[in-house]
Design a protein around this ligand. Structure first.
Ligand code: HEC
Ligand code: HEC
Length: 344
């Protein structure tokens, strides 16, 4: 069928095409390497550097999201899936210990407190109560947080995983931990407020009882303060302890407050600034949005009132937004108040 000529033409055409292809390829390659001067063969460098702004974006500091914000929108259902990572060692049923202690009701629970579980003791050296924030810090890197802990778990690097699993653990006992209001969550704020208001109604009825428990024994006055001018005269047992306490110890205790409180005037955080707080009127910091539970209290923060507040914030002012479980030891409260007295 083919004569030699046709065959030569076909082969020639093919060679020509191949040549053009190779030439084109070479041209493209050399273009590709333009601008990549100095780079060795085989390196994949694009010919033109296109300014996308990607680099500069990367250089900007990432927006810091606080755990409190992430926790506010955490999803317990997702947390249940994260809990698969804990299941090898932990059960959630009450009282059922495994390699690790039962995690029923762990949020808000005292550290190392499950009966019949043999703890290493490393945890209670660094933390008293498992608040959501403490759990977050612990679960980020257990070994770093509590060196020597028997929990051999590398940690959860994703803040959302941590928030979700803590939210999951939090609802197991049907009693969720009250977190401070997140300022950024503006759209939800109103519904939160409504919930807070109904809580408030209940809180008000408890208030009378709380006043009796928490206020100074010599002053069972109905409204917790103004009728007690003698309260700060330094006569109470607590004031004696404060006078004898070491402010340097108190400064260490204050580490438990730092997540939410600053000491510089005007520097409000999750909580109001604590500059000159001893003797300051309750709920009086300009620009800080207090809960009704706190604004309802009259008078000033006497040493005794601070003692009662810091021992049990929820008991002292039910419905308030300071999600802090309290300082169990009276010596801690006394040294802390001694320290706060120096901040003015
Ligand atoms: C390899 C086993 C193991 C895994 C996995 C593990 N834990 Fe633990 N966990 C332990 C042990 C052991 C302890 C006791 C630590 C000690 O006494 O130092 C503990 C202690 C704890 C405590 C303190 C409880 C208390 O009563 O004070 C919490 C909270 C906790 N684990 C949560 C978790 C969560 C949440 C996960 C999953 C994200 C997890 N653990 C994964 C073994 C484990
Ligand atoms: C998780 C955050 C958080 C922690 C931790 C915390 N607080 Fe607070 N605190 C708050 C919030 C929020 C308020 C405002 C409460 C309200 O309006 O109901 C508050 C209010 C107060 C007030 C009342 C101030 C005023 O202007 O009337 C004092 C005093 C106080 N905290 C002291 C402390 C001390 C001392 C510690 C540490 C032992 C501490 N708090 C730990 C969040 C926190």
């Amino acid at each position: 069928m083919f004569d030699t000529m046709t065959l030569t033409k076909i082969v020639g055409g093919f060679c020509g095409a191949l040549l053009i292809f190779l030439l084109g390829n070479w041209a493209a390659e050399s273009l590709y390497h333009v601008g990549g001067g100095g780079h060795g063969e085989g390196e994949q460098v694009s010919g033109y550097v296109i300014e996308t702004g990607a680099e500069t974006q990367k250089a900007e500091p990432k927006k810091e999201v606080s755990f409190v914000e992430v926790f506010a929108s955490a999803d317990p259902a997702k947390g249940e899936r994260v809990f698969n990572k804990c299941q090898a060692c932990h059960k959630v049923a009450e009282g059922e210990n495994a390699i690790g202690p039962s995690l029923y009701g762990v949020v808000g629970r005292k550290v190392d407190s499950v009966a019949g579980y043999n703890y290493s003791g490393a945890l209670e050296k660094v933390v008293d109560v498992w608040t959501p924030q403490h759990l977050n810090d612990f679960l980020t890197d257990p070994q770093e947080y509590a060196p020597g802990t028997a929990m051999s778990f590398p940690g959860l690097s994703d803040i959302e995983d941590r928030a979700n699993v803590i939210a999951y653990l939090d609802q197991l006992d049907g009693d969720t931990y009250p977190m401070p209001e997140v300022k950024a969550a503006a759209p939800a704020a109103d519904t939160q407020q409504a919930a807070a208001d109904t809580e408030q109604a209940a809180a008000d009825t408890q208030q009378a009882a709380a006043d009796q428990n928490a206020a100074q024994p010599q002053a069972p006055a109905a409204d917790g303060g103004e009728a007690t001018p003698a309260a700060d005269s330094g006569e109470s047992e607590f004031s004696t302890l404060v006078a004898a306490a070491d402010p340097a110890d108190g400064e260490r205790v204050f580490n438990k407050c730092r997540a939410c409180h600053r000491l510089e005037k005007g520097a409000n955080g999750v909580g109001p600034h604590l500059f000159d707080v001893v003797g300051r009127d309750i709920a009086s910091v300009e620009g800080f949005r207090y809960s009704d539970a706190l604004t309802a209290l009259e008078g000033a923060w006497t040493e005794d009132k601070l003692n009662a507040w810091l021992e049990d914030p929820r008991g002292f002012a039910p419905g308030n937004r300071m999600s802090f479980p309290g300082l169990r030891k009276i010596e801690d409260r006394a040294s802390l108040v001694a320290y706060l007295k120096t901040i003015k």
